[in-house]
Design a protein around this ligand. Structure first.
Ligand code: DON
Length: 308
């Protein structure tokens, strides 16, 4: 019998004491102010019990983890037609890279690199104005988490606007290939607000439940089981950019990271997990968040590659 409460407490203590914490993202000024001493973990089990430790109730900038929710909404809007505009292969390049877009005619490798998520925003703007698309996202994560307190941090969204030159380059470049339809500034405004969603580990782990449970939350279907399986597959293969192979090697779970230091990870049928530690490794993924998940799967046997 796994004592998950004890394991989570132990891991939080180990992470608190850990010296090599990575580097907090500084390219968006509000992110640079977050102390690297923070660490939180929350595990929501399939039976609804929650185990948490450390700073699990403190909201942080979920950044690229929002790409999972944007993908879910975009698939809901246009279904499999989405795959005409976004690929499903790991990029092997940094999250903000432009290099593959030229030879691949403006089609991003996958929905979890910046270029891919910018296309997701454009898809959502096919039916909405930016304000409505942002409202739709906010309602979606609030419903998934069962928590209406979730909000967008406008200071972070402003920081993204002020510094998002690469994202502007990506969006304009894709527009030149015809893969962005709405005006670039509207698409980016939507993208920046999605990145600026602030959530705690507890809220994030609750929001991930539909991916743990075949697309359902509390008996309600959010997506079909096959769609949940495919989103999990993309998180495993592409959720950590050019570090995705290493994350699969070390952790062996679907996972999506953000430069705020959060990671959402899913143990299908068993648990939804969120970890947060702001210091990043050179690929922009949480250094201690990854280590914490690695230790969690070592102690629980939860990797999808373990025999059950
Ligand atoms: O587009 C950006 O620069 C960010 N706001 C989102 C990046 C992100 O989280 C990618 N990371 N791991």
């Amino acid at each position: 019998m796994i004592d998950i409460e004890n394991i989570v407490t132990e891991i939080a203590e180990e992470m608190r004491a850990h010296k090599d914490r990575g580097t907090v993202a500084s390219y968006i000024p509000p992110l640079a102010c977050v102390p690297d001493s923070k660490f939180g973990v929350a595990v929501v089990m399939a039976d609804g019990t929650i185990h948490s430790a450390g700073d699990a109730d403190e909201a942080f900038s979920i950044q690229s983890i929002s790409k999972v929710f944007a993908l879910t909404l975009a698939l809901g809007a246009v279904g499999d037609q989405l795959w005409n505009r976004v690929g499903r292969e790991p990029s092997g390049t940094p999250f903000n890279s432009i290099v593959q877009l030229e030879t691949e005619h403006g089609i991003p490798r996958n929905p979890f690199i910046n270029a891919g998520a910018i296309v997701l925003c454009d898809v959502l703007l096919g039916r909405h104005q930016p304000r409505e698309a942002i409202g739709q996202m906010l309602r979606f994560v609030r419903t998934l988490s069962g928590d209406d307190a979730i909000a967008i941090d406008e200071t972070v969204a402003g920081g993204e606007q002020d510094t998002g030159f690469r994202n502007r380059a990506l969006a304009n470049y894709m527009r030149a290939f015809g893969n962005i339809h709405a005006p670039v500034e509207r698409v980016l405004g939507t993208y920046f607000h999605f990145c600026a969603l602030a959530m705690s580990c507890r809220q994030l782990a609750l929001a991930g439940r539909f991916l743990m449970d075949g697309g359902r939350v509390d008996g309600h279907s959010i997506v079909t089981a096959s769609r949940a399986r495919r989103i999990n597959a993309l998180m495993m293969s592409c959720g950590h950019y050019d570090n995705s192979g290493d994350f699969a090697f070390r952790v062996g779970l679907p996972g999506k990271s953000g430069v705020g230091g959060g990671i959402l990870s899913v143990v299908p049928g068993v648990a939804s997990i969120a970890v947060w530690s702001p210091g990043l490794n050179p690929s922009g993924n949480s250094q201690l968040g990854t280590l914490a998940l690695e230790r969690l799967v070592q102690r629980t046997g939860w990797s999808v590659f373990e025999p059950r």
